[in-house]
Design a protein around this ligand. Structure first.
Ligand code: HEM
Length: 403
């Protein structure tokens, strides 16, 4: 008996030791596997340029699974529903799945065109960079190109002379000595990219460069150069609940652990970029009795955060996705959950999100759909709202996703 116990303890000890070593050496293994075994070469087959750094090996973040038959016109985004209850101000992030750093879907062409129009109209409020951020911007553009070529090999490639081919738009871009890497991003990826770098004197992270065509209520010139706590000035409870943990997190964040999180709002129509002087801005503080529920949309800004390995800058990128709220009717638990948040969340949160202008139409509709879902047996009777296990999705969300 005692021999069995001793053997069991020895085996358990070895297993635990192997797991600890494995965890510690994980990055090394990934780098080694990618860099030495030729795996990297296979995955980077769509990238012919010898000058390119292998960012998968360098960061320790696995390359995404290639989608060789990807069809941009058929792709639907994942239905992100990042609703939490109880609703506290926390960093509320999860580990990022490396397949989904940049998610392309069927609004691609239209969004790129819209974002370029916004840049033509608003210039430095959309793209701006501070001296000292050049290397970070170039590095980011290289990482983005590499990701796109691996994830969507039938849509993007980089040839040996450094020309990046975008087959969705039928356009090519010279990446050699590129002077405006952020413009290259604007032309090819319908996402905002905000870069922060450490201030060597204070150790705090400052907003140093970005492409920002989906800002509502703020713009680049209001924020660039500022430290994270000043950038987040209007965010409820930032100082009390977030500032300390965010500042510490940014200092320590390793390259190999990118994260993701979501921010949401409910909007009339699909406002991508809106400023306080816009004619539609005032409508966000009144309740229009004639507002049609069919014109109200959920806007989710799906965000990821990762450190760039060479410059050590951190990039915060996100895409704005719009879904008609009437879709909630088919999404188990969502009407209950959103109804609770709109009715019961602390006032400062809902004021920051301007929910007043849609609440009179959305809350009654959610109550009807919640009741309907109980009657169908999708949701248990008297279910008490809570963050779903499937967060940021909902049970059965895969039925509403295509790629
Ligand atoms: C883990 C990292 C981060 C967290 C937890 C976070 C958290 C938040 C929260 C809670 C909000 C309010 C909207 C919402 O409910 O989501 C917000 C807004 C915002 N965040 Fe962040 N943030 C992060 C990183 C960043 C970074 C790196 C930047 C880059 C400069 C940034 C720029 C902004 C801006 C510009 C706003 C809008 C502020 C306004 O309304 O004036 N955030 N953030």
């Amino acid at each position: 008996m005692s021999i069995m116990v001793t053997t069991f303890l020895c085996v358990a000890f070895i297993v635990v030791a192997v797991l600890i070593v494995w965890k510690k050496r994980r990055t090394w293994f990934i780098r080694h596997a990618l860099g030495q075994s030729g795996t990297s070469k296979n995955l980077l087959a769509g990238i012919d340029s010898k000058d390119f750094t292998d960012y998968f090996a360098l960061t320790g973040v696995l390359p995404p699974k290639p989608l060789p038959d990807f069809d941009i016109d058929k792709a639907l985004p994942r239905p992100y529903r990042p609703f939490r209850w109880k609703y506290h101000q926390t960093m509320s992030f999860q580990a990022m799945d490396p397949d989904w750093w940049l998610e392309l879907e069927c609004t691609y062409r239209e969004r790129i065109a819209q974002r370029k129009r916004l840049y033509a109209q608003h210039g430095r409020n959309i793209i701006d960079m501070m001296p000292g951020s050049e290397n970070a911007c170039t590095e980011l553009a290289e990482m983005v190109i590499q990701f796109l070529c691996v994830r969507y090999p039938n849509q993007f490639s980089l040839d040996s002379s450094g020309i990046f081919h975008n087959r969705i738009l039928g356009r090519s871009f010279d990446t050699k000595g590129v002077k405006m890497p952020l413009e290259l991003l604007l032309e090819n990826v319908p996402e905002d990219f905000l870069l922060v770098q450490e201030d060597k004197e204070t150790g705090l992270y400052h907003f140093c460069a970005g492409v920002s065509a989906s800002a509502v209520g703020w713009n680049m010139s209001m924020k660039i150069g500022k430290a994270l706590h000043d950038v987040h000035g209007p965010v409820p409870y930032y100082k009390e609940k977030l500032q300390h943990s965010m500042d510490r997190y940014f200092v320590k964040m390793p390259c190999e652990k990118p994260i993701q999180r979501g921010s949401w709002s409910l909007e009339v129509g699909q406002p991508l970029y809106m400023q306080a002087d816009d004619i539609h801005w005032a409508a966000r503080s009144v309740q229009d009795p004639n507002l049609d529920i069919n014109d109200i949309y959920l806007r989710v800004d799906w965000q990821t955060l990762r450190r760039l390995p060479k410059s050590r800058a951190i990039v915060f990128n996100f895409k704005a996705l719009f879904t008609p709220v009437i879709h909630f009717r088919e999404e188990p638990f969502i009407p209950h959950l959103v109804g609770t948040v709109l009715r019961e969340a602390e006032k400062p949160f809902m004021e920051y999100k301007s929910t007043f202008h849609i609440a009179h139409k959305v809350i009654p509709a959610l109550e009807v759909w919640a009741q309907e879902q109980e009657e169908k047996g999708w949701v248990p009777k008297d279910w008490a709202s809570r963050t779903l296990e499937e967060n940021p999705f909902y049970p059965g969300w895969q039925l509403h996703h295509r790629y």
